[in-house]
Design a protein around this ligand. Structure first.
Ligand SMILES: Nc1ncnc2c1ncn2[C@@H]1O[C@H](COP(=O)(O)OP(=O)(O)OP(=O)(O)O)[C@@H](O)[C@H]1O
Length: 557
């Protein structure tokens, strides 16, 4: 049994899962999951749902256990009701296929001792629609889907009935509400027996006014849970930013990664597809291996990459988050002010809800385009009560566009977005701290950065992108068969191979002694959290002990 550590701040230590009078099969599964106590949002949601039959709107921090908060009451109620035979009793809607799979996997674990009492169906599984319709007609108790896929299937077969539905869950509800799913939700409401027996859960870490119309449409007298603000000294997430120019972002990431200034697994976000490959190839020059995650890769590969990252097969994942969510007001994407679903990425989303495990640092190589997207990105670390840090590279407005090859359009607004991020974080009681790097001290690394940066041409990026897709399409097929035949062999399929023959110079891979900070030269094993002043001298903080270290502590002026 793997025990998952959850900090006191999220966990309701006075409460046990047994106190909810849950079915023994469910209790056994919860024990197997290693959950000792419910989290705060779970205690409240389970009670309100099972005892008071309330509709629930919950805003709770990223990583605070919202999935179990709605899954447990849904499964409990299905198990408790032995009279309703073979009916679709719950629909769980999420914005992306990744999340559908994640929720499906979690429900599978939760129902592992339930035999055939609870059947689950993930509608976003890439199976033929006809087969899907016939599987829905077998009336599994729980359907998991994106709104558009569900409506699609309902429109394909008018015999399917949802009037007996007891639970409707919309997870990441603000994204579902604002991301072009409103037509699908309107259509869906026509299939439901709203405000009768139906109990509704609307969940997210961020709620906005788009959710109000869903609240009016789907809920009656909902209980509103807001479980977000932690005490100052109990915050697990430490947030930093560095103001820089576009080319120096490449210098910074090289130095940070090469000298291992951040300990543990790092999730790097970039804002477009080519950018991800550019960074991967650039780092490859220095012998730094990374793995790519983006909307172009087949779903099987995406799921496998996240799974392997969670199992610590990779330490560095470069994820493209091209959602381009904007903060309200000044700019909206379409005439009605709603962001539209772009075809390729419409059902892909990596900053939302994906349960990355044990991420030490979220590094926003490119700053997201909205404060809301920032909340979700940085929420990939410091999950389930663990500590984590977020580091964002912010381009000075005056420096934007000065060096075309390293430039990206979104960075033009970085300073404005940073101001909004600071504002929203402040309202939640958080603070972003600036890091003043002494860029002069990194001058020794600059020529290597230049060399490596220049070697990554546009053609090399295009070539890498094509190769990776081809490779992953083949891997994806293999994965499909492997998943069926040989699940334990999956770990051997790696996604962090070199994707291009970019000239790889051994000189770039090694960092000569004279460039290293003194502390590292004296003791090569001591590479994390080192002071980066050539004179050395000051004592380092002990690594590993107390968690709330400032990981880049001595690197700034
Ligand atoms: N009671 C619990 N005890 C221990 N670990 C838990 C508990 N509940 C959930 N977890 C773990 O916490 C992690 C985060 O849970 P979950 O993915 O549900 O968070 P979330 O609130 O939905 O986050 P997000 O807003 O990012 O989607 C998961 O790995 C989950 O297994």
């Amino acid at each position: 049994m793997s025990k998952i550590e959850v900090s006191k701040d999220y966990v309701d230590e006075d409460v046990s899962f047994e106190s909810f009078h849950l079915d023994p099969r469910l209790i056994q599964a919860i024990n197997k999951l290693g959950f000792e106590h419910p989290t705060l949002v779970q205690t409240q949601a389970i009670r309100l749902s099972l005892e008071e039959k309330k509709d629930i709107i919950a805003r709770a921090s990223t990583g605070s256990g919202k999935t179990a908060a709605y899954c447990i009451p849904v499964i409990q109620s299905i198990l408790a009701d032995s009279f309703t035979d073979n009916q679709i009793q719950a629909v769980i809607l999420v914005p992306t296929k990744e999340l559908a799979q994640q929720v499906y996997d979690f429900l599978n674990e939760l129902t592992v001792y339930c035999g055939k009492a609870v059947k689950l169906l993930n509608l976003t599984d890439a199976i033929d629609d006809k087969l899907l319709v016939s599987l829905v007609n077998e009336r599994p108790e729980v359907l998991i889907s994106t709104p558009s896929k569900l409506v699609d299937i309902l429109e394909k077969d008018h015999e399917i009935s949802l009037t007996q539905l007891k639970y409707l869950v919309i997870d990441e509800v603000d994204l579902v509400a604002s991301y072009g799913y409103s037509d699908d939700l309107d259509k869906l409401s026509g299939y439901l027996n709203l405000k009768q027996e139906l109990q509704v859960f609307l969940m997210s870490a961020t709620l906005n006014e788009d959710v109000d119309s869903l609240k009016r449409k789907f809920c009656s007298k909902p209980a509103i849970l807001k479980l977000q603000d932690l005490e100052e000294d109990s915050k697990q997430l430490t947030q930093f930013y560095i103001r820089t120019n576009e080319l120096d972002k490449f210098l910074l990431i090289y130095v940070i990664l090469k000298l291992k200034l951040i300990k543990g697994k790092i999730l790097v976000f970039v804002n477009d597809l080519d950018r991800g490959y550019r960074l991967k190839l650039y780092l490859q020059n220095f012998g730094i291996r990374s793995c790519i995650l983006n909307s172009e890769l087949p779903l099987n590969s995406r799921l496998h990459i996240v799974d392997q990252f969670n199992k610590n097969v990779y330490n560095l994942l470069i994820a493209t988050d091209d959602s381009q969510e904007l903060d309200e007001e000044p700019e909206k994407n379409s005439k009605d002010g709603k962001a539209s679903k772009s075809s390729k990425s419409s059902e892909y989303g990596v900053s939302r809800g994906v349960d990355f495990r044990n991420v030490a640092c979220v590094l926003n190589f490119d700053l997201p385009t909205s404060s809301k997207a920032y909340v979700h990105r940085v929420g990939r670390t410091a999950r389930a009560g663990k500590y984590g840090m977020a580091l964002s590279l912010v381009v000075n407005e005056k420096d934007w566009g000065k060096h075309r090859p390293s430039s990206i359009a979104s960075a033009k607004r970085d300073e404005k977005v940073l101001a909004r991020i600071e504002n929203t974080q402040k309202k939640m009681g958080y603070e972003l701290k600036p890091y003043q790097f002494d860029m002069k001290q990194m001058d020794g690394f600059r020529y290597r950065m230049d060399d490596a940066f220049r070697s990554v041409t546009k053609a090399a990026v295009r070539d890498a992108r094509l190769r990776e897709i081809k490779m992953e399409l083949m891997t994806s097929e293999k994965l499909k068969r492997h998943f069926e035949e040989n699940p334990e062999d999956l770990a051997t399929l790696r996604h962090d191979k070199a994707v291009s023959k970019v000239r790889s110079d051994q000189n770039l891979k090694d960092v000569p002694d004279y460039l290293l900070p003194k502390a590292v030269r004296q003791d090569p094993k001591r590479v994390a959290f080192v002071p980066f002043n050539r004179g050395g001298g000051r004592k380092r903080r002990r690594v590993g002990g107390k968690k709330k270290l400032d990981p880049l502590k001595k690197f700034h002026r």
